[in-house]
Design a protein. Structure first.
Length: 219
């Protein structure tokens, strides 16, 4: 199935050049990677070693391969599984061969992903932390309603651009059959309650029976 000069790659154990090129093309069609880079640009300071385009492409590759969208998986893909030509195309330098090198590469991916969130996250609450009420209050960043509205607008623009870019993979027949109905599948924010821990049954220890031999009998 193809559309707009794009062909959906087949599944595989690790994404090849075709899958990476397909994902990068979708990210490029959205036009949002340069916008995010411009919002993160600083005139001074150290240059960020990992492009936004590379992280977004890696996450899309994971989705295409039906793999978990974890930053650790994105790190493993970018620095250990992509072909050399694909890493060059995405601007990814170096590979990981040790656990220490993997942790360093993971910090690069995490830093870039959090930088993306910093311009498109309308929530002031900290993420991925289990905090007390006092810690939550201390780590909640100040955000005005105007800042939250602007961030929500950037987030909606990013999501809409990615969805619009994905339409290009549809055939003309599929696009013609589209009636305008859409749906978004997501996990709700309802609290998840684990199974109660089963109480351990107290094991009653039976008293040891003492053998009493009659007197006068040999043992």
């Amino acid at each position: 199935m193809d559309g707009g000069a794009l062909e959906i790659p087949g599944p595989g154990s690790a994404p090849g050049e075709q899958t990476v090129a397909f994902a990068a093309e979708l990210i490029d069609r959205s036009g949002k990677a340069p916008v995010i880079e411009a919002a993160l640009a600083h005139r001074t300071g150290r240059h960020r070693p990992l492009p936004v385009r590379a992280v977004l492409t890696a996450l899309l590759c994971l989705a295409l391969e039906d793999r978990p969208l974890f930053l650790a998986e994105a790190t493993r893909l970018l620095f250990g599984q992509l072909p050399e030509a694909s890493r060059t195309m995405l601007g990814v330098t170096g590979t990981v061969t040790t656990q220490r090198a993997f942790k360093a590469a993971y910090r690069r991916v995490r830093y870039c992903f959090h930088a993306i969130l910093s311009v498109a996250d309308p929530s002031a609450l900290p993420k991925n932390r289990r905090l007390t009420a006092g810690e939550l209050k201390a780590r909640t960043k100040p955000m005005t309603p105007d800042q939250a509205t602007a961030a929500r607008g950037r987030l909606e623009a990013l999501v809409n651009a990615l969805l619009e870019a994905s339409v290009w993979v549809l055939t003309e027949e599929e696009r013609a059959a589209f009636d305008g109905g859409t749906g978004l599948d997501a996990t709700s924010g309802a609290a998840v309650f684990p199974r109660p821990v089963q109480a351990r049954r107290a094991v009653r220890q039976r008293p040891r029976r003492r053998l009493v031999r009659p007197r006068g009998r040999p043992p």
